[in-house]
Design a protein around this ligand. Sequence first.
Ligand SMILES: COc1nc(N)nc2c1ncn2[C@H]1C[C@H](O)[C@@H](COP(=O)(O)OP(=O)(O)OP(=O)(O)O)O1
Length: 181
Amino acid sequence: MIEATLCFVLRDRGDGRPDDAAGAPNATDEVLLIEKRRGLGEGWYNGPGGKLEGDETPRECAVRETREEVGLELDPAALEKAGELTFLLDGAVHTRCHVYRTGTFAGEPRPSDEARPEWVPIDEVPYDQMWEDDRLWLPGVLEGRTVAGEFRFAGGRPLDEAEFVDHELEWDASFRAVESD
Ligand SMILES: COc1nc(N)nc2c1ncn2[C@H]1C[C@H](O)[C@@H](COP(=O)(O)OP(=O)(O)OP(=O)(O)O)O1
């Protein structure tokens, strides 16, 4: 089983409209997406992220992958846990993915071997050029919600060539405060 992360960095496009009372992003905010240049999901848009290495925590992984892929520095304490997604392939767990959201970052995104970064208004996210499951959970995550989900694929490896079969979602999930998460 692969343990991986995704990190969605948000910025205010500066139109003067406040976020809502709960601090949730509004539709004019932008999210930093990457066009994946290699590996799983090559050619599709996604958030920065990748597989955990060594004994790092998911949060440490999200910070490292964002730095490696797009050159932004994130404050680990300012990462909000927004999702836990389980991707199953032919009945077995393939990947468990920790999803984070943050509006706190330093630096300017720059391309790397792995990723071409692009700020995208959150009402213009190109779901037709992303993993098929993303349209089911990412809009809610970009609105400030939390989600736990299971997504089943079938048809053999690699996962990005398998068929998306079905899913279950639990919205507004609360993730226990585990130090390593
Ligand atoms: C199945 O649906 C998926 N949807 C989304 N949005 N993202 C997914 C899905 N399945 C996997 N992912 C994510 C999880 C990771 O962030 C990446 C895959 O990362 P990769 O295999 O490229 O891992 P790295 O550590 O960056 O790769 P290297 O070994 O090349 O460094 O996709």
